[in-house]
Design a protein around this ligand. Structure first.
Ligand SMILES: [Zn+2]
Length: 433
């Protein structure tokens, strides 16, 4: 598979570390000089920019958390004058102020478009592809990141935007879309709509590659998508605070996601103590931007649980570190009757079952004094009452085997769970507090 930037993607790791140190030091100087929030934080822990003499010294720097960005809303984290910014993005503001970031021209062209072009090329995008981008264009980073990256590769971008599934499918057919982006659960939904319209995505559409992010998706969902579309599925990771999508993607060997270490310094820490953990040890992903100028971020606590691979050599030839696909977010986890549960554990069970459709919800309720775990799931085909009851029984015992907790499973027909927006709302907590 051709690389977008082979010199950098296969760089010798000693050289890579030299670049990282130089860029880390520049970033630390930049934020100390230009962002009062960081100057205050560094002063509080008694660290000066000149104290960063090696990459290991990064642990002397304080963490940044989501609330720091909220508290400094809208532009308090910016390290450039606003007149030098050319674009703004913000993430959802369902709780408190939205996380807002600004980009200068360098951030858009040399950082974001560059890392996205590398990710998309890694997933096989070439200038011959017709790239459909079924993501809402707006304040969120998703659509623009894919758009800039795919243009940089030279593909033909179809900016179809969010929603309107039947229209998306018509565009795919008419324009001969070969490559799609977006959110995995939405792609499964699109496939289901296509089937309802009497189309077989495998035969009637040319989409053979897809790159999906914005939500953790299980191996089961990946497999489901691959079969439904006859598509090679790639996983992309990113977040608004780090530019947007583009931090990492899996290569054709699908064994971990390569992180662009010339743009980000990656650490794994113990979510409770903040102590660094070694390769192969699971913990919270912490990222530092070392090239972004608009809103550089030091040691950002992502709340995403993963681990780094010990080996830095991959059959694809890239030397950049690999992370495991994000297993769960520490803040997605819920506790029910004293058990820690990640929605991905339930998804894993559901998606392995061929009778299960693409959509499900986990609803937590209180029944008397007891917390109750309810799982509502769509069947793939319309089922009779007896068939639904049998499937409910089967899924109940399979979920119980994984969680050691008995859920209440309800099977509903295809398309019966309402979809709001592009990201599926998976967990609804209705418990009495
Ligand atoms: Zn690789």
């Amino acid at each position: 598979m051709p690389m977008f930037n082979p010199d950098m993607e296969t760089i010798d790791r000693t050289k890579l570390r030299e670049i990282q140190l130089k860029r880390l030091r520049e970033t630390v100087h930049r934020v100390y000089k230009n962002v009062p929030f960081y100057r205050k934080k560094f002063d509080e822990v008694g660290v000066r920019p000149e104290d960063i003499k090696s990459l290991e010294d990064i642990t002397k720097l304080p963490f940044t958390v989501k609330n720091d960005l909220r508290d400094n809303y809208p532009f308090g984290m910016a390290a450039i004058p606003l007149e030098d910014a050319i674009e703004l993005h913000a993430s959802s503001g369902t709780t408190g102020s939205p996380i807002t970031v600004v980009y200068n021209r360098h951030d858009i062209e040399d950082v974001w478009a560059e890392i996205m072009a590398r990710c998309l090329s890694m997933a096989g995008l070439t200038k011959k592809d017709v790239f459909q981008n079924p993501i809402p264009y707006g304040l969120f980073t998703g659509a623009f990141g894919f758009h800039y990256g795919a243009q940089k590769v030279g593909a033909l971008v179809v900016p179809s935007g969010g929603g309107q599934s039947e229209r998306q499918l018509k565009l795919m057919k008419d324009y001969g879309t070969t490559f799609m982006s977006g959110v995995a659960s939405y792609a499964v939904h699109l496939g289901t709509v296509a089937e309802k319209m009497g189309m077989d995505p495998k035969k009637d559409l040319k989409v053979r590659k897809g790159i999906f992010g914005a939500e953790a998706f299980s191996e089961g969902l990946k497999k489901r998508l691959a079969e439904q579309w006859d598509m090679e599925v790639y996983d992309i990771y990113g977040l608004t605070e780090m530019s947007g999508p583009g931090v990492s993607t899996d290569c054709e060997y699908h064994d971990g996601l390569h992180i662009w270490e010339d743009h980000f310094i990656v650490e794994i820490v113990d979510p409770k103590t903040g102590e660094q953990r070694g390769p192969e040890e699971e913990g919270e992903l912490v990222l530092t931007t070392i090239t972004k100028e608009g809103v550089p971020i030091i040691r950002y606590r992502t709340h995403d649980l993963t681990h780094l691979y010990d080996s830095t050599s991959c059959d694809c030839g890239r030397t950049h570190a690999r992370m495991a696909p994000v297993k769960a977010r520490t803040d997605d986890m819920f506790i029910i009757r004293g058990t820690n549960i990640f929605p991905s554990q339930i998804e894993w069970v559901l998606m392995r079952n061929p009778k299960v459709g693409g959509n499900y919800q986990i609803i937590l309720t209180t029944d008397g004094d007891m917390d109750q775990l309810n799982v509502v799931v769509e069947s793939k085909q319309k089922l009779s009452e007896e068939e639904s009851a049998a499937l409910e029984k089967e899924l109940t015992s399979q979920i119980k085997a994984v969680l050691t907790l008995t859920p209440r499973v309800k099977v509903v027909g295809p398309g019966e769970i309402p979809k709001e927006g592009i990201k599926a709302k998976r967990v609804i907590d209705k418990r009495k507090k």
